[in-house]
Design a protein. Structure first.
Length: 679
């Protein structure tokens, strides 16, 4: 049942003033929103419901909503707020027989305490709960309590005790149909076996968990539901890599690196298969569909190309570096450290601040480059093309601004020496290269979509100028206003390039509802979910509106929204933006980009040269004006669009007429002079 169904029931009960009856469907609706990652909407709902309970004296429901708010705050990283909500719920439930909400609050509070390094207090709390008796609780409550207790025992340095407690849970959970608890128990069990040195057993359990995750993920056919289940897959994959690569600081042999890369690629490949499938269709269990290191090094990667595939784990992250003849892995800090560094850099880049801000930005980019590229600096120096497969927060920043040493030893941003392109997965790289290898049409056709107004109704003169300039300078360009006879999604058919100089709406809460305004004010909004269901002919999509490469970011899933919906529709390359762009500077950059394409440059080179040109002007040298525009997909594509050459025939006629006028004027002047002499 979808959240809107519960919400309709909630609204009906409220309309009849049946307030107590309205609380159950309302809580279900909010819980579903949490599971779909719509945290802000869920928070608002719970707060309204809490006010309703307090106004009517519904203490039992008030405790339930406090527990829900505690869980939500924990997911959002608000640990103090989470603990406060759980403690408030326990205070209300102290003298009641409501065992289920009391158990939920206790387990939730213990989880928060472990997260803030109060493991001993968390362990004491859970032991008291278990000793008080949990046999009468529903199975899901018993599983949740014992799994959290097992995890806390492990954090307390008692892995053997954790194994004894957790060992029976997977089988019992499977028998009762609680597969999510079976999966959680397996993950904690694998950590416990790894802690006592049983790496083989740990890896075996993780592989069982990976198979279970894959089977369970097939069940929902809705894209958002599938992707919300993806984060646990990312957790499993990085744990598998951690076990396979070990915790030693000694060099790791290529075979282990290759095996770990191939195992991890399976998870990112899953995302690809789901996005290119039609919504509502089941996805088969993966067999040998993901690309391997051997395949990458046997022809997929070209000389001069360096593939950096990154996985962000809770405790450790991994950067795999692959070239046609080398393979390497670098161990990086966990996700929380990454997020702090990247959030700071992102804020500095997206704002063209004063001198102090610019200096801070230079320091942040230097620090990020040193930290990220330390283990691959030699491979980076010898490459001309950087193929980046980011994960988690790394999707938010452009690597083109990070400085590297050139041949003279000077450190300059990557943009001056490398072509940078992004992919959601190495498997997508392989598939898109198959498509982009097809010869282009003799004549490259372009559909240019211009939006006249932004989100707040403001004029977008740069967007209009951008689309009009394309029609004026290049052949086979069609403006959207001239294809009104077409309707719906058919408007995108038959074009080699789709250029959207239009307002984009990015919905972080509902990423597949993100949309493009496909015409002047009042035109239809085409949503990401509709785009992902298409099979497009286009070889390039340009989304020059604000933040078109943004969206909800899930670990292991990449960015959900507009840019990846076009990749899912089969487009080999997408040019999009990471932050709100400057209207005029972007229009100028896009025109330079197309001029470079007309000169025969590959897509990535054409964009890079346009960015270097914009960065060379003092007024637009700050990365805000150019660095936020990125290539997703195959930047090696060439699209030789045709310029509209001046009509020299008309120029000749005009020149001839001017010449005749001059001759006539000279003749009349001489005739007048002769007449004057005679007089």
């Amino acid at each position: 049942m979808q959240p809107n169904t519960y919400e309709r029931a909630y609204a009906l009960y409220l309309g009849d003033q049946r307030f107590r009856a309205s609380l159950i469907p309302a809580r279900n609706a909010a819980i579903l929103r949490i599971r779909m990652g719509q945290f802000a909407a869920a928070q608002s709902m719970f707060e309204d419901l809490l006010d309703l309970c307090r106004a009517n004296g519904y203490l039992d429901h008030e405790a339930n909503f406090l527990v829900s708010l505690g869980s939500l705050a924990y997911k959002r990283g608000r640990l103090q707020e989470s603990a406060g909500n759980y403690r408030a719920a326990l205070a209300i439930l102290e003298d009641t027989r409501a065992t289920v909400p009391r158990n939920e609050a206790t387990v939730g509070l213990a989880q928060v305490l472990s997260a803030v390094d109060s493991v001993a207090e968390a362990l004491s709390l859970l032991k008291d709960q278990v000793s008080g008796g949990i046999a009468g609780l529903p199975p899901n409550q018993r599983f949740a309590t014992n799994i959290e207790l097992g995890r806390t025992l492990l954090l307390s340095g008692r892995p053997a005790d954790a194994i004894r407690l957790l060992e029976p849970i997977p089988r019992e959970a499977e028998e009762l149909g609680f597969r999510s608890f079976e999966l959680s128990a397996k993950i904690e069990l694998s950590d416990a076996h790894e802690a006592i040195g049983e790496s083989g057993r740990s890896l075996s359990i993780l592989r069982e968990a990976a198979t279970l995750w894959e089977e369970e993920r097939q069940v929902p056919v809705d894209m958002e539901w599938r992707e919300q289940r993806g984060e646990i897959g990312s957790d499993i994959s990085t744990r598998i890599a951690s076990v396979m690569l070990g915790n030693t600081s000694a060099p790791i042999e290529n075979r282990r690196i290759s095996d770990a890369f191939d195992a991890l690629q399976r998870f990112k490949a899953r995302t690809l298969l789901e996005r290119i499938s039609r919504p509502g269709t089941p996805i088969p269990v993966l067999a040998d569909r993901s690309v391997t290191v051997v395949e990458l090094q046997s022809g997929l990667l070209k000389q001069g190309e360096l593939l950096l595939d990154i996985y962000c784990g809770e405790d450790r992250s991994f950067l795999f570096a692959v070239t046609p003849d080398s393979l390497r892995v670098t161990i990086l800090p966990g996700r929380s450290v990454l997020e702090r560094r990247i959030d700071l850099l992102h804020e500095l880049l997206r704002s063209a601040g004063g001198a102090a801000s610019r200096e801070a930005g230079k320091g942040a980019t230097e620090s990020m480059a040193t930290w990220l590229f330390a283990g691959v600096s030699d491979l980076l120096a010898s490459s001309t093309h950087l193929l980046l497969i980011p994960d988690g927060p790394l999707n938010r920043i452009p690597l083109s601004v990070l400085p590297v040493a050139d041949s003279a030893g000077d450190r300059k941003p990557l943009i001056y020496s490398k072509t940078v392109m992004r992919y959601p997965s190495a498997t997508l790289l392989a598939r898109l290269r198959d498509k982009s290898a097809l010869p282009p049409n003799d004549s490259i056709s372009i559909l240019a979509v211009a939006g006249s107004r932004g989100a707040s109704g403001e004029e977008l003169p740069g967007a209009l100028r951008e689309a009009a300039a394309l029609e004026k300078r290049f052949r086979h360009v069609t403006l959207l206003a001239k294809v009104k006879a077409r309707s719906g999604l058919r408007i995108f058919s038959g074009f080699d390039v789709l250029h959207f100089a239009a307002h984009t709406t990015i919905d972080d809460q509902n990423p597949w509802l993100s949309a493009i305004q496909t015409g002047p004010s009042g035109g239809r909004a085409i949503r990401a979910a509709e785009i992902a269901g298409l099979d497009l002919d286009a070889r390039l999509v340009v989304l020059s509106g604000c933040e078109s490469a943004s969206g909800r970011i899930l670990n292991g899933e990449g960015v959900l929204g507009l840019s990846t919906s076009f990749l899912g529709a089969g487009v080999p390359a997408v040019v999009a933006t990471l932050w709100p762009v400057d209207d005029r500077a972007t229009a100028d950059l896009m025109l330079l980009f197309y001029e470079n394409l007309a000169d025969g440059d590959a897509l990535g080179v054409a964009l890079r040269e346009a960015q270097v040109e914009i960065a060379g002007h003092p007024a637009t040298e700050h990365p805000f004006f150019w660095a936020g525009i990125i290539v997703l997909g195959d930047a090696s594509i060439r699209l030789p669009i045709e310029r509209i050459e001046p009509d020299h025939g008309w120029a000749f006629i005009l020149f001839t007429l001017l010449a005749l006028l001059v001759i006539l004027w000279l003749w009349k002047s001489r005739k007048n002079q002769s007449e004057v002499r005679r007089l």
